[in-house]
Design a protein around this ligand. Structure first.
Ligand SMILES: CCCCCCCC/C=C\CCCCCCCCCCC/C=C/C(=O)SCCNC(=O)CCNC(=O)[C@H](O)C(C)(C)COP(=O)(O)OP(=O)(O)OC[C@H]1O[C@@H](n2cnc3c(N)ncnc32)[C@H](O)[C@@H]1OP(=O)(O)O
Ligand SMILES: Cc1cc2nc3c(=O)[nH]c(=O)nc-3n(C[C@H](O)[C@H](O)[C@H](O)COP(=O)(O)OP(=O)(O)OC[C@H]3O[C@@H](n4cnc5c(N)ncnc54)[C@H](O)[C@@H]3O)c2cc1C
Length: 664
């Protein structure tokens, strides 16, 4: 029945103020209001319809994306949306587009690596979308190994130009979003060569297509790299291939904040670390962590609502069957994901602060926190995207057979999300960067240099190597200090074990290769500690609203104890806890699930997602799942006709032949 809220009894059970939780989730009252207003604006505008997306072919899908992007831009101007509002708009439109790379990487690359003069020239053009840019770093032969890129930018002192060239097939740019069919310009990463000397990889602004007829400029071969995983999903994006044949650009189009080439061809390095060339990646990795909480919370919202609607088994004397959300196995799979969504939200907020802090310091020529910012963004990007991709898939399974239907919204969400484990740095490669940072920190412990930031806990080396958990009963695991100490001791001991083992090899490089699987595990332990500690820190803030803080305390304990249960081998083998304490943690976890249960629907309502944004029949706010699933099925193009195309051509002759054979 339309208008009935089938989930109302669940909502009535909530033990906290949902409206206040919405504000905590959004970050502030103001952020909530912006997000709520823009979500409704998108949901109510038929131009942003997306329910037909999975049935469109690639060309229609892509054209549809171009239409939406142009319309979105028109609305941004008409409504005079500010940057935050425009970001919300893009997020609720929920369709990856070339504009993501233009705003998300091309503009930040110029801002971060361009000189003041270069910013003055290029940014106004980009802000007004008079040019459209992409970020072209990865090549066919190299993505992770940025120093292995092959494209060359050779300075020609005769003409005061760089000659951009792709010397081999493997040097073709391959993957950049927006490049395939739309970008007029790109920040292109290439090896800088002056006077025969290779100075490594630098960024250059290169025009790719004519601003008049959109044709590639002379010397440029460019196109799309082909269909990607999932039908709709990331196929709204034109990931591209690009080959240069001695393309000339003026010298002042090398991004020269980090280093310069003079008119005479002299290479001059500024007094800043060369790693700033990688700055755009640090920026984007930070945004990816917040996006992880959004993607995971979406999947969790769908699976939680549907689990409260779906009933299987357990009917006695005609009573209703059991809601599947009441099964302990369902809770043990679902509630840690709910807790993770909140955990990633808070660590994302903190990472945003860290990024702003490092940016301010860089402007003041203080580069001291750059390694910490790199390690945190790389590690947390890796941890949260892997957990989110796995979590979305788990949510699909939690919805049983119906989760496999596109109308559940989950297959497309997974397909569009899963490349986040690869782009902006393969997750394993990024964890190895964290491990490198950890090994460096451990090796400096004896030198009197105190570790800072997220590795500060390593400064308590002696205590962390000796401490034993004093948990005696299950409820002791609810004490934040007890949890924190166990996570710190586990992370530290795993890092120290790796550092000791590294000394057994003839060179650090050989040791790093051989021990890389252990190093990755140590990095994961460190990153999990960061997430747990930032959740605990969040709870130390003043959090208003009836029952809101209590719910967050429960979720924080669920997140930490779920990790402890999942990785209990680490905690036991490092001697941080005993087997008895491990089972007490599990006992406490079971009891926490019972406390989450009555609040589960309200906890996902707090995400404040519209039905349009969720794009899921199973996750509908009103829980009216079955009639809508039935309705949705009939909308499939196959149901446009009773007898399908191809029947008369292929099936009928087969049936006729069988009938003839039977008669013989
Ligand atoms: C619908 C229309 C709507 C319209 C609305 C309009 C409005 C919209 C508004 C806004 C929209 C915004 C949208 C944003 C959305 C963004 C979407 C993003 C999509 C993502 C697309 C994907 C892009 C990409 O993938 S780009 C390519 C990324 N590539 C990688 O990540 C490569 C990974 N590899 C590396 O990073 C490195 O090579 C490495 C780190 C693995 C190794 O590098 P290497 O040089 O070899 O270094 P190494 O020797 O190991 O280390 C040397 C020292 O340098 C340190 N270091 C390394 N990296 C960094 C760094 N990044 N920063 C600082 N320091 C670094 C390292 O630790 C070493 O230090 P040490 O002291 O020597 O130990
Ligand atoms: C959807 C999508 C969008 C993208 N958008 C862009 C874009 O806009 N611009 C752009 O420039 N790029 C883009 N990329 C490229 C992306 O950044 C790279 O694919 C990514 O950095 C991984 O590099 P790779 O493909 O070379 O993987 P590889 O490094 O070849 O990885 C293959 C395997 O090798 C392993 N491996 C690699 N190195 C090591 C090591 N040192 N130790 C242990 N294991 C290792 C990896 O873990 C992985 O399992 C995009 C990619 C995708 C999928």
């Amino acid at each position: 029945m339309e208008g009935v809220d089938y989930l109302a009894p669940e909502r009535n059970n909530a033990q906290f103020d949902v409206d206040e939780m919405k504000i905590v989730w959004a970050g502030s009252r103001e952020a909530f209001e912006v997000s709520d207003r823009i979500a409704r604006l998108v949901a109510s505008d038929p131009n942003f319809r997306k329910d037909d997306r999975t049935t469109l072919g690639r060309k229609e899908l892509f054209k549809n994306t171009l239409r939406k992007a142009a319309y979105a831009w028109k609305r941004i101007i008409e409504l005079r949306l500010n940057e935050e509002e425009a970001k919300r708009l893009r997020s609720f439109i929920d369709q990856p587009a070339f504009t993501d790379l233009h705003w998300g990487m091309f503009v930040p690359a110029i801002k971060g690596q361009g000189t003041d003069e270069q910013q003055e020239k290029w940014l106004p053009l980009a802000y007004k979308m008079q040019i459209i840019g992409c970020y072209a770093q990865t090549e066919l032969g190299h993505g992770s190994n940025v120093q292995g890129l092959e494209t060359t930018a050779t300075f020609d002192p005769q003409t005061d130009e760089f000659v951009i060239h792709s010397p081999t097939l493997t040097s073709c740019k391959w993957w950049p979003g927006g490049l395939g069919k739309i970008s007029t310009h790109g920040v292109i990463y290439a090896r800088l060569i002056t006077d025969g000397k290779d100075h490594g990889v630098h960024g250059f602004i290169v025009q790719l297509r004519s601003l008049d007829d959109h044709l590639p400029l002379p010397g440029i071969t460019v196109g799309d790299i082909g269909m990607k995983f999932g039908n709709a999903a990331y196929n709204t994006m034109d990931n591209g291939v690009l080959r240069f044949d001695h393309v000339r650009i003026p010298r002042n189009q090398m991004l020269m904040r980090v280093s310069q080439v003079t008119r005479e061809g002299k290479y001059v390095q500024s007094n800043v670390p060369r790693q700033l060339v990688y700055g755009t990646m640090v920026f984007v990795r930070q945004t990816i962590v917040s996006d992880a909480s959004t993607a995971l919370s979406r999947a969790v919202c769908i699976a939680t609502r549907y689990s409260a609607v779906r009933r299987q088994f357990g009917s006695h004397n005609g009573s209703p069957e059991t809601q599947v959300i009441n099964y302990k196995t369902q809770q043990a799979r679902l509630f840690p994901l709910l807790a993770s969504a909140y955990a990633f939200r808070f660590v994302g907020e903190w990472l945003k602060w860290l990024y702003m802090d490092v940016t301010k310091r860089l402007e003041a020529k203080d580069f001291s926190t750059l390694p910490e910012a790199h390690a945190c963004t790389a590690g947390l990007k890796s941890l949260t995207t892997s957990a989110t991709a796995d979590g979305i898939e788990e949510c699909r399974k939690l919805c049983g057979g119906h989760g496999y239907l596109c109308s559940s919204g989950l297959p497309e969400l997974f397909a569009v999300y899963v490349p986040a484990c690869t782009y902006e740095g393969d997750n394993i490669v990024l964890l190895l960067q964290v491990a490198r940072h950890l090994m460096k920190t451990v090796s400096q412990l004896g030198s009197g240099k105190m570790p800072v930031g997220t590795t500060a806990y390593m400064g308590r080396a002696e205590h962390l190597m000796q401490c034993r958990s004093d948990v005696k009963q299950a409820k002791d695991w609810l004490r934040p200090n007890v949890v924190l100490e166990a996570f710190e001791a586990r992370a530290f001991r795993m890092s120290v074990a790796c550092a000791k083992n590294l000394t057994k090899f003839s060179s650090p490089e050989e040791g790093f290769q051989e021990l890389s699987a252990d190093l990755v595990e140590a990095a994961v332990a460190h990153c999990q500690l960061i997430v747990v500690s930032k959740f605990i820190e969040k709870l130390q803030q003043d959090i208003p609203g009836k029952g809101v803080k209590q719910q967050l305390e429960i979720l924080c304990s669920v997140y930490a104890l779920f990790l402890l249960h999942k990785h209990h081998g680490d905690f036991l083998s490092t001697g941080c806890i005993t087997p008895t304490q491990a089972s007490l943690a599990n006992e406490q976890l079971r009891s926490l699930y019972s406390q989450v249960r009555p609040n589960a629907i309200a906890l996902v309502d707090a995400f404040n997602y519209t039905d349009h944004y969720l794009g899921s029949v199973l996750g509908r706010y009103d829980g009216n799942v079955y009639p809508k699933l039935y309705e949705e099925a009939w909308k499939d193009p196959l149901n446009d006709s009773v007898v399908p195309d191809g029947y008369h051509e292929y099936v009928r002759p087969m049936l006729k032949q069988q009938l003839r054979n039977a008669r013989l």
